[in-house]
Design a protein around this ligand. Structure first.
Ligand SMILES: Cc1ncc(COP(=O)(O)O)c(C=O)c1O
Length: 457
């Protein structure tokens, strides 16, 4: 199985994507999207996003029995931007949402309820009510949440497909914070805990309206084989429920997302095709048409299609180390800055005209604008020397990076632009203004603490 993955077709080398990115950086500088007054932007490769969706769809179509109902629901948390969700919607992809904000984004993008799945671990009664009223699929995280759904179902017709999220407890990957199937993960019903499996089965037998079963054995850092094992355990549980129910009560398996992304080179690997084939080999019953399928990929759909590009404000040296001080740091790449070992990013150097930089390789730090020493996008990186006025591009940042602004130092959220062929751009999100930062920071309540009339209890 492992060898199968290693020796079969390699992933997309990404040459086309790299060429489009180079063209976009040059065009962004030429057109003034990037420059002295706009020193950091996020760029999204629209062609690349469409290609990834096509690969996802084709991968599962190739292994599933013809006519199998499939919903690919994009994990909105990966890139919570309405135009991105609309683009994906146009490509036939729905939305997996995990908060009222994400649900609102999906609705603003026009994602229909029947293509939306609600998964958060802390749904309030109001959120559950809204989801059920809208007919959105819900995966109950735990017995208490199922109690709430029980009460809601008593007064509703029940259009929503409903299921339970289980944690197959098959183990974690290399990044503890992103491993959802560990023995003590906070998500879902921990299947191997004493009595848990029987509780799940009985919960289905008692509730004929529970028709889905959900697990997500991700994310980044989790090997494909472990992901497949998580799906296999979930499938086995669905079979057990259906056997005990004497009918096909569970008709849809939601296998979550979690396909890891290669942040080390341009190549797309592992591929959706590799994962889908592995699933079909390891869990053949998943693909024989008896179960509908829901997937919830996030990072693997968007990461490689996003780039943060930042101007080098100053180039200096410290202790003999070259340091490029740029405008991209913790505010656009929080994970990389706080956990560089787990989240290294490739950095490309462009000159002041936005052309790829050539020249001798120099060991240097690529620093961000925030006022703490650890605000580094890359430390001790060997690359052509970044000089004042050049641009540093943090690659593969289309998911969980520039769309996840972190407000340190009240740095504004950068603008995000989609690019298509011929160096043309579309505004996805305007850059935040300093006035908006003031407004969001209590600007209208400046006197709140100095003029407060404190109530004495
Ligand atoms: C339930 C669920 N589904 C899908 C995802 C998306 O994972 P990824 O972006 O790794 O594909 C997550 C990520 O946290 C998740 O918790």
């Amino acid at each position: 199985m492992g060898t199968h993955i290693e020796t079969e077709e390699a992933g997309d080398t990404g040459a086309g994507r790299a060429a489009r990115r180079d063209e976009a950086v040059r065009a962004a500088v030429e057109q003034g999207l990037l420059g002295e007054d706009s020193p950091v932007v996020g760029l999204l490769d629209v062609i690349g996003i469409r290609e990834s969706v096509a690969e996802l769809r084709a991968a599962f179509e190739a292994v599933l029995a013809p006519g199998t109902p499939v919903l690919h629901a994009f994990a909105v948390k990966a890139t919570p931007l309405v135009p991105v969700l609309r683009l994906l919607r146009e490509e036939g992809v729905g939305a997996e949402v995990a908060s009222p904000g994400e649900l609102a984004l999906a609705r603003a993008a026009g994602v229909p309820s029947r293509m939306t799945v609600l998964d958060s671990p802390a749904k309030t009664p109001a959120e559950l009510r809204e989801a059920l009223d809208l007919g959105i699929a819900v995966n109950a995280d735990n017995p208490q949440e199922l109690d709430r759904i029980d009460s809601l179902m008593r007064s509703r017709a029940g259009r929503s497909p409903l299921g339970i999220r289980v944690n197959p407890q098959v183990g974690g990957g290399s990044i503890e914070a992103l491993s959802t199937a560990t023995a003590t993960s906070k998500f879902g019903v921990a299947l191997r805990d004493e009595g848990a499996r029987e509780w799940v089965v009985q919960a289905y037998l008692d509730r004929p309206w529970l028709t889905r079963l959900h697990s997500h054995t991700g994310s980044q850092g989790v090997p494909l084989a472990l992901m497949a094992r998580g799906v296999a355990e979930t499938y086995a549980l669905a079979e057990e429920i259906n056997r005990r129910a004497g009918r096909r009560q569970v008709d849809t398996l939601d296998i979550g997302g979690g396909l890891p992304v290669n942040f080390a080179s341009e190549e797309t690997t592992p591929t959706y095709a590799q994962y889908a084939r592995l699933l079909a080999e390891e869990v053949p019953g998943l693909a024989d048409g008896r179960y509908g399928l829901v997937t919830e990929f996030g990072r693997s759909l968007l990461a490689k299609h996003g780039t943060v590009v930042a101007r080098v404000e100053y180039a200096k040296a410290s202790g003999g180390r070259a340091v490029a001080v740029t405008h991209a740091g913790v505010q656009v790449a929080a994970r990389t800055v706080y956990a560089p070992g787990s989240w290294p990013l490739r950095i490309s150097a462009y000159d002041a005209k936005g052309r790829p930089k050539e020249g001798p390789v120099v060991v240097q730090d690529v620093a961000g604008p925030a006022c703490f020493a650890g605000d580094l996008l890359a430390e001790g990186r060997s690359m052509p020397l970044l000089e004042q006025g050049d641009y540093a591009a943090a690659l593969d940042t289309g998911a969980y990076y520039f769309a996840h602004h972190y407000g340190y130092n009240s740095l504004v959220r950068p603008g995000v632009y989609g690019f298509g062929p011929g160096g043309r751009f579309a505004v996805v999100r305007r850059a935040q203004t300093v006035e908006e930062v003031v407004a969001e920071s209590g600007g209208a309540q400046a006197d709140a603490l100095t003029r407060a009339r404190w109530e004495v209890p």
